[in-house]
Design a protein. Structure first.
Length: 288
C-alpha cells in the first residue's frame, strides 16, 4: 500500500520504518529535518508538507504530540486533501472528545477513521511489537487492522470511535498506580531489612505480582533489564506519563468517575516531572 505517515518522533520513526520493512511505500512528513533524514535512511519517501505527503495514498497514519495538533493536521491538511477512499488512522494519545470530534469531521467527508493509540514504548515501536487499542466502526477497523499489524504484536478493537483513547488512558492510569505502589513496596522492604532481590523473588510469584515489578522493575539489577539499569534513561518518559494522567483526570471529571488513586498518582508525577520529566517514569522511586 501507499501510506502517508505524519509524525516521526521517538515512536513514529520506528513505526514508519516497520511499514517499509513489510513492503509498503511510506510517504513521510515531520517538522524535524533530523527525523526526515532518519526516515529516508529507513526507506521512506519524505516530503516538505503534509498535503504533498497525503496525495494519492491509500491510508494516513498520524503519531502526534497532542489533541490540538491532531485536530489542526486533520482539519487543515488531511481531510479534503487525501483520497476519500483512504483509511485515516490516528495513533496519537489524545483526549477522547477531540478524537471523536476529528473522526466526526472525517466521517462527514466520507472517510473511514479510527483512533489507535499504542502501548509498548520506544523499544516496541522499533521492534514492531506495539499493542494497538482501536476505536471505530467495524469496517474502519478491518481496513486499518492489516496496517497496524505490520507495526505491532496485538491489534484489539475497543468499540466505537474514541474507545481506543479511553482504553489507553485507563490503562496508563492503572500503570502509574502500579508503578508507585511497586516502588513503595521495594523501598519499605529495604528499610525493613529485606534484600531487594529476595523481595522480588517472593513477590513476583505471590499476590503482589504485577507488570511494573516483573517486566519493568524500578530497582537496578533486579529482574529483566529495564531503564532502571540505565540510569532511568529511555523507556517511557515521566513527562509522557504525566500527560496521560492529566488526560485520564480530565476524562474522569467529564464522565463523573471516581479516581482517588489516579488523582494522587497525577499529583506525585506532577511534582516529580518538574525537574525529572525526561527520566523514565519508574524513576519516581527516587522520591520515596
Amino acid at each position: 500500500m501507499k501510506i502517508a505517515f505524519i509524525g516521526l518522533g521517538n515512536m513514529g520513526g520506528g513505526m514508519a520504518a516497520n511499514l517499509v520493512k513489510v513492503g509498503h511505500t511510506v510517504r513521510a512528513f515531520d517538522l524535524s529535518e533530523d527525523a526526515l533524514a532518519r526516515a529516508r535512511e529507513a526507506g521512506c519517501e519524505t516530503f516538505s508538507n503534509i498535503r504533498d505527503a497525503v496525495r494519492d495514498v491509500e491510508a494516513v497514519v498520524t503519531m502526534l504530540p497532542n489533541g490540538a495538533i491532531v485536530k489542526s493536521v486533520y482539519t487543515n491538511d488531511v481531510i479534503g486533501h487525501t483520497p476519500h477512499a483512504a483509511t485515516l488512522i490516528d495513533c496519537s494519545t489524545i483526549d477522547v472528545a477531540t478524537a471523536r470530534e476529528v473522526a466526526d469531521a472525517a466521517h462527514a467527508e466520507g472517510y473511514k477513521m479510527v483512533d489507535a493509540p499504542v502501548s509498548g514504548g520506544i523499544a516496541a515501536a522499533n521492534a514492531g511489537t506495539l499493542t494497538f487499542m482501536v476505536g471505530g466502526e467495524i469496517h474502519a477497523f478491518e481496513a486499518a487492522e492489516p496496517i497496524l499489524q505490520a507495526m505491532g504484536k496485538a491489534v484489539i478493537h475497543a468499540g466505537g470511535i474514541g474507545n481506543g483513547q479511553a482504553a489507553k488512558i485507563c490503562n496508563n492510569m492503572l500503570l502509574a498506580i502500579h508503578m508507585i505502589g511497586t516502588c513503595e513496596a521495594f523501598q519499605m522492604a529495604q528499610k525493613l531489612g529485606l534484600n531487594a532481590q529476595t523481595f522480588y523473588d517472593i513477590s513476583s510469584v505471590s499476590s503482589g505480582q504485577n507488570w511494573s515489578m516483573t517486566s519493568y522493575c524500578p530497582v537496578p539489577g533486579v529482574g529483566p533489564t529495564t531503564p532502571a539499569d540505565n540510569g532511568y534513561q529511555g523507556g517511557f518518559a515521566t513527562a509522557l506519563m504525566l500527560k496521560d494522567l492529566k488526560l485520564a483526570m480530565e476524562a474522569a471529571q467529564a464522565s463523573g468517575a471516581s479516581t482517588p488513586l489516579g488523582r494522587h498518582a497525577e499529583e506525585l508525577y506532577d511534582a516529580f516531572a518538574k525537574e525529572n520529566g525526561a527520566l523514565d517514569f519508574s524513576a519516581i522511586i527516587k522520591t520515596l
